[in-house]
Design a protein around this ligand. Sequence first.
Ligand code: BG6
Length: 543
Amino acid sequence: MEQKAKTRPSPDRRPSAPLGDKLGAMIAPKTAMTEGRVLQGRQAPPATLVIFGAGGDLTKRLVVPALYHLVRAGKLPDEFAVIGVDHNDRTTEQWHQSLTKMMQAFTQAAGIDAQAWSWLTRRMRYMRGDFTQPETFRDLKRLLAERREQNNTANVLFYLAVADRFFGPVIEQLGYAGLTQQSEEAWRRVIVEKPFGHDLASAEALNAQILKVLSEDQVYRIDHFLGKETVQNILVLRFANGIFEPLWNRDHVDHVQITAAETVGVEGRGRFYDRTGALRDMVPNHLFQLLAMIGMEPPVSFDADAVRSKKTELFEAVHSVSPENAVRGQYGDGIVRGQKVPAYRHEPDVAPDSGIETYVALKLSIDNWRWAGVPFYLRTGKCLPARTTEIAVQFRRAPYALFRNTPVGRLPANILTLRIQPDEGLSVSFSAKRPGSEIEIDGVAMDFAYRDYFEPLATVGYEPLIYDCLIGDATLFQRADTVEAAWRAVEGLIDCWVRDPAKDFPNYAAGSPGPEAADRLLARDGRAWVAIKASHPRTAIRP
Ligand code: BG6
């Protein structure tokens, strides 16, 4: 992981545009592109990026905008080229045109930086090809040889921005064509997108298929949550400060809550979602990344394997989740942020009697010296009242004895809240004496907001991931054993839920905080969820 010195607040401490701005909402409702500070650091080495799925949404919404930002940041070398492969018949010019339209929508009023865009498009070439046919890979080999002549480099990064059923076949074909062969002078790497498997067995099978062709250090399994600055910052928070780590264990932490709440429904992805559900879509991948950052032991360095081994160890210590410790929900119709929303079962491409969950809440137990006895509650869902991803670390309450003869009825717990998105920052709640002659206390908070200290990065979140692949840093990517360990923790639950479909769906109204059973999951332990709300108070909070 690149370490950058970013500790100085911007001199005028001027609040800048929120990172969560949604641009081009019609085309890319969830993609935020922000104008702001560009990435710093050294330039990537010469390379050709081959994008399979060049005409797809991921390429348009994330990969190409990320490349554009990398160009603006001066991170791509002159000897850089992009070959886009897809099955549609189109020319390079037509491909450029469709990307330019998308970029105009993204950048909106700010406009495209014409110089950077033309720098990039000059290096982008389209190639028609069927991902399953050997001719495609022969053609690609020829094209790569030409590029090699021009760019004097044989480094190639293959980006699989394709449906997951093509991951294995494309890698096999790359292998047959001899395109994955590395040499002293040239590396060959492959980025594999999410979803990585549908369950443990399919993830293991995919790993086995991939690792027949590639060595582990050539495979970059993406989880885009790791591209989020605030997720990466968790490690800095924990390990670059002296005050947190001594408290970061079962002696001081009562429990941890990890929430990824979304206001959107399935956004036209009914076909994918209705065979996936919230558990597979979010838990063993995105929520487990957050879990790893909070729960892992300190690695000895930022070296990829040092970090990834600690994550894997943590996942291996997670008890397999049983149905008693899990709640599933599906939204019925309701109102989200003032808009009427139809029930999940009425979404396009969703079965009218679908048993797929759009909400999941889990209680995880981690069986190691640091966390034994400290529950980690995870929840995620669609059509909830606010979009917020955050982690609340609740510390044990102080003993009450001193306050017995005062009006203080109960001491509130201290909560460290890490706000991952969209209101990036963190806060610590604590008790303070209310001014006056009596001992009365109030809950107050110390708050840090990224926007008060740092200019936002110009980012769609994929820049650090693509850049790290180019420089060969796999810290932010999933290793085979890490992916499998995460699936293993939820495998039993997936099986149970498939065997025993929910009988009470829909069981929460769109716009509500989720099914009541999720509240009971915590209530039975004498705890309660932190409220799902859009923005956080910057001033005193009541206990
Ligand atoms: C994707 C899931 O991987 O992550 C989506 O498939 C989900 O269903 C999305 O909405 C959430 O990511 P973000 O970055 O918008 O929080």
